[in-house]
Design a protein around this ligand. Structure first.
Ligand code: SF4
Length: 133
């Protein structure tokens, strides 16, 4: 058994937790009593933080919709497709026609870069974060 100290991925509160790892698989979540935010407490979402890691339904690669089904594509192709579509919409209708929603599962630095890309790249303030939704 191994306890891995990490941060809950579910919201921007950022509670500290410990993942119990057995043979490379996360099997349980415990609150981190030494963490300055959680102080030994987690909400119900935090207690289940280990459950999605190895879930068979977890998406691990980008999907693009083709008709009624989804096709797996590479990250490079997914990023290019998204940028081509967003730039096309912004070029035709203006920057305010697009927007971005970021994630509490990203780091502060990633969220900063994301809002910078939306504001500076598309000239719009249509950017927000899932913790406010
Ligand atoms: S344990 Fe609950 S409150 Fe804490 S970060 Fe996770 S989801 Fe947010």
């Amino acid at each position: 058994m191994n306890l891995v100290r990490t941060i809950c991925p579910y919201c921007g509160t950022g509670c500290g937790l410990l993942l119990r790892v057995v043979d490379g698989t996360a099997v349980a979540t415990y609150p981190d009593r030494e963490h300055p935010v959680a102080r030994g407490h987690l909400c119900i979402k935090g207690w289940t933080a280990h459950e999605f890691i190895h879930h068979p339904d977890r998406l691990t690669s980008p999907l693009v919709k083709k008709g009624d089904s989804f096709k797996e594509i590479s990250w490079d192709d997914a990023i290019k497709l998204a940028m081509d579509q967003l730039l096309g919409i912004a070029g035709k209708y203006g920057g305010d026609a697009v927007g971005g929603l970021s994630s509490a599962k990203c780091t502060n630095e990633e969220n900063y870069l994301f809002q910078k890309m939306i504001r500076a790249g598309f000239h719009t303030n249509n950017v927000d974060h899932c913790a406010r939704l």
